[in-house]
Every structure is written in C-alpha cells, then in structure tokens.
Write a protein that binds this ligand. Sequence first.
Ligand SMILES: [Zn+2]
Length: 386
Amino acid sequence: MSDPHQRPEGRSTSRRPPGTFKVGTIAGSDVLVTSSWFLIAVLIAVWIAPTVDRVQPGLGAWKYVVGLIFAVILYGSVLLHEAAHAYAARHYGYPVGAITLHFLGGATAIEGEAKKPREEFWIAVVGPITSLVVGGIGVGLHLLGPEGLLKMAIEGLAGANLFVGLLNLVPGLPLDGGRVLKSVVWGATKSVHRGTIVAGWAGRVVAVLVLLWPFVQGRIGSLGEPDPFDYLVYVIIAMFLWGGASAAISSARMRTKLPRLVARDLARRTLAVPADLPLSEAVRRAQEAQAGSIVTVTGAGVPVGVVNEAALLATPADRRPWMATSAVTRQLDDGLTLPVDITGEDLIVAITRTPAAEYLLVESDGSVYGVLTTADVDAAFRRADN
Ligand SMILES: [Zn+2]
C-alpha cells in the first residue's frame, strides 16, 4: 500500500522471509502475512468491539470475533490494492514476488526498475485506483440502505478504501502518488534521475507537513485538540515517509555514479603462481612484477584461488617462507570469477550476490585479465561524486 515496490537484492522470490505465513495466492503471487499483522488484527478487533456491541447488542464475546472478521475484510481490500500493482507489473513483464501484508498495510515485491515512465505510472496508479473503486462500490452499497452490522461493515470498508486511495495519491515518495509524480517528471524531462529526485523531495515535504499537522489541528477549533497519542502517530508516519523519501533520493544519486564503475579500469595486475609455491617467494615475485594481486594456478595454468590480501597481511613475514601460497587464498568458487567487461549495476549486483574481498576478472576467452578488489570498487564509488 504505502511501500509497494520493495526491491529485493537477490533473484529468488520463492523463498519466504522469516516470521511470515503464506495464506494464499492472488494474481499469480503468494500472499504472505507477517506476525505483526496478527497483533494489529487483534488490536483492530478490540478497538471496534465496543462499536459492534452498540450496533448489535448482546453478542457477548462474539463481538471480538466480529471485530476480527472486519479486520480481515479490511486487509482483504488492501490485498486487492496490492494485487493491482502485481498484475500491472506482470503485465509489463516484470517478475513479481510475494505480496506481504503487515501492520502498516501491504507491499508487493517487484523486481527491477520500470524501464519506461508509462510503465512506472500505470504500475503505481492502479493501486490507489483499485482502492477508490472499492470505496466507491462501498458508497453505492451504502445507498441501498443496509442495516446493523452490514451497514457498519460497508461504511468501514468504504471509508477505509477512500482514505487509502486518496492518501496513496499524495504526490511524494514512497507513496504511490510519489511514483506517479516521478513518472510524470521522468516523461517530461526524459530523466528518470530527475523524476526520482523531485518525487523524493516532494516526499520529504509531505513528511514535514505530516509532522506539523497536529499543531495546525490544535489551532482549528472544530477538529479538537490533538492528544499525545496523536502526536506520536504523526511522528511515526512522518519518520516512515521521510525514511522512504530519503532512501529513494540516495538510491537515485547512487545510480548516477554506477555507470562510472568499470571493472576493467579498476583491475589490479595479477601474478599467477603454483599453489604450493612458498608465500614469501610469491610475494617477492609479485613485487618484482609490480602486481597488485596473486592468483594460484594448477600445473596446466588453470586458476584455482585468489590470495586474500587481509589474510596475507595478517601472516608474519618470518612464517611466510614456510607456508604454501594456497594457505592464504580463497578458492575460486562460483561468483568469484567475473567477466572483465562487467560494469555499473551488474557489477554491484554480482558482488552483492557473492560477497568477497577479491574477484578474478577473465576475458571472454577465459584468460585471466586481473583481480578486482571490493576495496577498490568502494574507493572508486566514493571518488565518483555527483
Ligand atoms: Zn500501493
């Protein structure tokens, strides 16, 4: 609802995060419920039980069950909102993971960034539209003049969905309306970066307005004085919005630096040595060859390991003549060998997927080009300013 487009780091979307329960499938996505949701469902049930009792007296403890059913119906409409995001994303060919319901609403895991402003617009806007349509249907049903608990349920559903629909259209990230604003600025300026920055700053403005709202409310007599609990709620919402907006801004800034990360340019010259060569001799040869890294190879010249600089530096010089170079290497498992032409976001994804200090860079024919260190990538990232 409020943060529909979680971008998971990895590719696997089938794994279930800890503390969640699968309750079903909608629009091709698993529907997960977090344990915090059960807490909020119980709170909602307790909160509306007195109203249930007033509308339909004499239910006894059943009023809590009715309250719980209302909570489930309410989140069912949140689910429709999320299913709309998921359906639109899948329509444009983006892989969609699970829909998660949590205490603040829901979130849909969509992989990758939208490639066109039009796609971003529709994936974002269908959520609030769905909520407004559900709210509108609720208003229509209300006109039919239902009685008792049915009337209460329809009013609650209509009110909540109109509120959620309008709230999510507020044009600031991380709300859906922020994504709509981003897509509009992106379409107008042809710059996704500018779109995200504008919508991110709009989100920060919204966060500040939320923070100031209880003070305004206090001055408008008819709305009543806010109590300390109101202030707390607004502070929490403002922090949530500010955090989401800031994350969007910093990830946009990061993206502008990414194209400047080129593995080939960052490669260290490397020296190939037999795995059983004494470490001191490997270091001597590397210094002589002015190589910034050492790779161990088999007799046939196939690379098998890359020397870990930290492990090497931690080895006292007087022990190095008695140790094989392989003692301080990390075996070249999957993910530690990268194509030398890898750049930008692909490079970041690759090193995030298999975290290590050193990677072997190879040409397309398999020959060794050099070694890439995470430290060098970090330094290059810091050098690349906006
Ligand atoms: Zn949404």
